[in-house]
Write a protein that binds this ligand. Structure first.
Ligand code: GLC
Length: 686
């Protein structure tokens, strides 16, 4: 394996042979998802593709028009929030490996993911692309994910650096965050990724403390390169660079945009003019080209080196993604309803548009042209087969169109108004009338259909969870609240499944709900995984990577800080983000960070400190089913106001088995530790 110095020397030898034009061709897009390269010197262009949920479809080189062949149907991964809900570092690595192999298989050099921005508010439209509200859980999963990607000679591109936590005014909003909070909350996942050797970082659209992130000397040079020692490639978000001189003075290496005037990009002809006039030193350009050439060597793109070939849509990928999907499902309530004991000839009714809805093709740049996507209706029907009746009624309808218009990104930086046109705000009488019909049909079916089991499957979709859009509140859209109240009054034993990228308010139906499952957008195998959990073939082991607030005011971004502002947004809540604020102010959420039930029960005992940073303990499965348990370790924040996650481990424990578990913790010997199965369920202190 060549060392960094050898890479640099070889890069310098190439650089010496390059003309100014050739260097400039390396540092800006010459197509929407590619740079020019230097064919004369056998230097290929860098080929990019979105995103965290899979390899995005191919577009025409210079316009937002999908190529539309059958070549770019790919595996559709569970979203990053679903991966986080597994609390399983091995599955995070497996997810990254699928993404990396598929990207290589599609001939890509850089996959634009994972997204690691902290979920500061439950209203941010892109939260489904991110892991958690907690920086520790995020950092512990993102490192194996990145390693999984990069072992396929593809660069992961961790994004969006930094503090990109809302979609409102996303191109220009100036995020104001103090240094200490950045270090405690918003930097750690990026820092760990850099230390773990991520090859690329994507600058965020927003400003941070007055500087556009994609051309910020503070963020990209002083923090990322000088302080953290990052020697990889920084790519802009598409349209995130605004000024040639700032860009050259900052640590940005490649400017990408959504427009086809490639030669007019800040780092194209304008840069050439400034270098030729002497206003900008060519040395600054050379630094950027060197970063790119070093990354290319790491990906074995140069000097005729052998490179992994990758492949996509493999059976093994589908198996891996099923495993991730199974372990991401969170059981939030279960009063002797689940798993469903379905006998031959019994009849099952599924109610809710999300039982029958595919989500892959929505959400913005994370959209995926999935080879397939199993819906919950398919999943249950495939397993229950001909001996049972599985019926479906929509019960409600969103006003989403199945396939997002692929040209949306062409104007995504121009009309910044929220994509409200796709959501509940579009009130037309037709729709309301239709929704009433669906509501009444569902009630009639439940009353008269003689069903042995009724399952509601609702929640959100990519009208509500999408790039460029923040929700206005946490309300459950499309009349689902009223429908749930009516349905539960008829069938109090009804199982409720919510699918989405963000928590929703659950009043008043939650109190009458005996069984509740939460599933993030769960990839191509999501429907099968849900069916397996509902039927008890898989014991749920997901733990929530977010707090489920009772009301929006319980979230510090809305009670202490600002969110969704245009122009400037102040993170006045500082480090009291997510559960930290709830703990510090003794506010009880509906469901806590780290919470998730199982079909079996576990007991933690013999908790001991071993050495500087290892906790050992025993976990016993006292129930009747094998299951996986996550043991979480917390410690006091230095302010003493709350406890924060500092270690976790997930283990499979057979029924009746007692397992010795050792957990690596990020804590010093003198720090007190709190051990439990969620931030609010502490069972031992040492
Ligand atoms: C988008 C997103 C970014 C994506 C890029 C390319 O606007 O912000 O996450 O990777 O542009 O589509």
């Amino acid at each position: 394996m060549m060392g960094q110095n050898e890479y640099i020397e070889k890069a310098k030898s190439l650089l010496k042979e390059m003309s100014l034009d050739e260097k400039i061709g390396m540092v800006h897009g010459s197509e929407l998802f590619k740079t020019a390269g230097v064919p004369r010197l056998n230097i290929p262009g860098v080929s990019f593709s979105d995103g965290p949920c899979g390899v995005r479809q191919d577009f025409e080189p210079d316009r937002w028009c999908a190529k539309g062949t059958s070549q770019d149907y790919v595996s559709y991964l569970p979203c990053n929030s679903a991966i986080a809900a597994t609390w399983n570092t091995k599955l995070a690595e497996a997810s990254g490996s699928v993404l990396g192999e598929e990207a290589r298989g599609r001939g890509k050099d850089m996959i634009l993911g994972p997204g690691v921005n902290i979920k500061r508010s439950p209203l941010c439209g892109r939260n489904f692309e991110y892991f958690s509200e907690d920086p520790y859980l995020t950092r512990k999963l993102v490192v194996p994910f990145i390693k999984g990607v990069q072992k396929w000679d593809v660069s992961a591109c961790i994004k969006h650096f930094a503090a990109n936590n809302q979609e409102t005014d996303r191109l220009f909003v100036d995020t104001k965050v103090d240094e200490e909070t950045l270090e405690e909350i918003y930097y750690p996942a990026f820092y760990d990724a850099v230390k773990a050797g991520v090859y690329s970082v994507m600058g965020a659209y927003n400003k941070l403390n007055g500087e556009h992130c994609c051309q910020s000397e503070t963020q990209l040079t002083k923090v990322l390169r000088d302080k953290w020692g990052f020697d990889g490639v920084v790519v802009s978000d598409w349209g995130g660079v605004h000024d040639t001189k700032c860009a050259l003075e900052s640590g940005i290496d490649i400017e990408m945009n959504v427009t086809d005037n490639f030669d007019e990009y800040c780092m194209a002809n304008p840069l050439k003019e400034k270098i030729e006039s002497g206003e900008i030193s060519e040395d600054k350009l050379d630094e950027k080209v060197l970063h790119i050439l070093v990354m290319m060597q790491r990906l074995h793109m140069l000097f005729g080196e052998e490179r992994k070939s990758g492949s996509y849509n493999t059976i093994s990928h589908q198996k891996s993604l099923l495993e991730v999907a199974e372990e991401s499902i969170v059981l939030l309530k279960n009063e002797n309803v689940l798993p469903l004991d379905i006998k031959p000839k019994e009849r099952i009714l599924l109610i809710g548009e999300n039982a029958n809805k595919m989500h892959a093709s929505g959400g913005g740049s994370a959209e995926i042209k999935a080879l397939y996507e199993i819906t919950p209706l398919q999943g249950l029907s495939m397993i229950l087969g001909g001996n049972n009746t599985v019926d479906y009624v929509a019960g409600y309808c969103s006003n989403t169109s199945e396939i997002q218009d692929s040209s949306w990104q062409a104007t995504s930086l121009v009309n910044q108004e929220n994509a409200a046109s796709n959501t509940e705000d579009v009130k037309n009488q037709e729709l309301m009338k239709y929704r009433k019909e669906l509501h009444d049909e569902a009630i009639f079916k439940v009353k008269n259909g003689k069903y042995d089991h009724v399952i509601f499957i609702g929640g959100l979709n990519h009208d509500e969870d999408q790039e460029g859009y923040d929700r206005k509140d946490m309300s459950l859209p499309y009349g689902q609240k009223e429908l749930l109240v009516d349905l539960l009054s008829i069938r109090p034993d009804m199982t409720v499944v919510m699918i989405g990228g963000n928590p929703i308010s659950m009043d008043p139906w939650i109190d009458d709900t005996k069984a509740l499952l939460w599933m993030f957008y769960n990839g191509m195998e999501g429907g099968r995984a849900l069916a397996e959990v509902l039927l008890g073939r898989v014991n749920p082991s997901g733990k929530s990577p977010i707090s489920f607030y009772k009301k929006l005011e319980d979230c510090s971004a809305h009670s202490l800080g600002e969110f969704g502002c245009e122009g400037e947004v102040n993170y006045k809540e500082k480090d009291e983000v997510g559960y930290r604020y709830l703990e510090a102010n003794k506010i009880k959420p509906l469901f806590s960070f780290g919470y998730g039930l199982s079909y079996t029960d576990f007991e933690i005992s013999d908790v001991r400190r071993e050495g500087e940073n290892v906790v050992s303990l025993k976990v016993k499965n006292t129930g009747k089913m094998d299951g996986k348990e996550v043991v979480e370790v917390y410690k006091k924040h230095k302010s003493n106001k709350y406890i924060k996650l500092c270690g976790f481990d997930k283990e499979l424990i057979s029924c009746g088995e007692t397992k010795e578990v050792k957990i690596q913790v990020d804590a010093t010997r003198d720090e007190k530790l709190y051990i439990g199965t969620s931030v609010d369920d502490i069972v031992a202190e040492i």
